[in-house]
Design a protein around this ligand. Structure first.
Ligand code: COA
Length: 187
């Protein structure tokens, strides 16, 4: 019999003392789940809403700056590293992603050859992962349900609209919205 393919990640219910840092002023609401807590660093006065998931990883860090507010059921997956500055707002159900499975290079023209190589017939799920960090600079705000894709930086005092899919960096003091997120105006 082959060994099971998957193993449990555990319950995600941890003691505050398990975290890399978790000052007394941090609020962790009921139902918050934290994985690899040793790589999760929370600053003073951070608020983490009900049922949010802070998915640390065995490498890289999830760092959340002083005064940041994380809404209910937000999902932060820090495999590639997440750095969040001070006083950032993260709406309920926001997803922050930092890894993807490797895909063939984008075709460069109409006659581009089909994908080749040993991985071309592998299910996407079984292909190697690539990692890219996400940074949310101080004072920015991420609207409800937005998705931040790997490698993105959201600039100082920028606003991401509700439901946006953010595929590229957002300059400071810029509002973006939509899928893919596009700049609306500067503030
Ligand atoms: C994007 C947002 C910040 C408004 O920015 P704004 O520059 O004042 O935008 P406006 O309301 O003037 O709308 C400008 C255009 O963007 C569109 N728009 C506004 N919000 C949008 C959104 N979230 N997604 C897609 N399009 C949006 C408007 O329909 C309008 O389109 P039009 O020019 O075709 O009429 C706001 O709509 C938003 O999404 N806020 C986030 C709210 C939230 O999640 N709060 C968290 C609470 S915890």
């Amino acid at each position: 019999m082959s060994p099971p393919r998957y193993r449990s990640h555990g319950s995600g219910r941890v003691a505050r003392s398990d975290l890399g840092s978790c000052p007394e002023s941090v609020v962790l609401e009921e139902g918050v789940l934290i994985f690899h807590p040793e790589n999760v660093y929370l600053g003073e006065d951070v608020y983490v809403g009900h049922h949010a998931q802070l998915k640390g990883y065995f490498k890289n860090a999830l760092r959340i700056g002083r005064g940041t507010w994380i809404g209910q059921a937000a999902f932060l997956h820090a495999a590639g590293g997440i750095t969040i500055g001070e006083d950032v707002g993260i709406g309920p159900h926001v997803c922050i992603l930092t890894s993807s499975h490797v895909l063939p290079a984008r075709p460069t023209g109409p006659a581009a050859p089909p994908a080749s190589g040993p991985e071309k017939d592998l299910p996407i799920l079984r292909r190697p992962l690539t990692f890219a960090p996400v940074t949310l600079e101080a004072g920015c705000d991420i609207g409800v349900g937005a998705i931040i894709l790997p490698g993105v930086t959201v600039g100082h005092l920028a606003q991401v609209g509700a439901g946006a899919v953010v595929t590229a960096d957002v300059p400071p003091r810029t509002i973006v919205a939509g899928n893919p997120a596009r700049p609306l105006r500067t503030i």
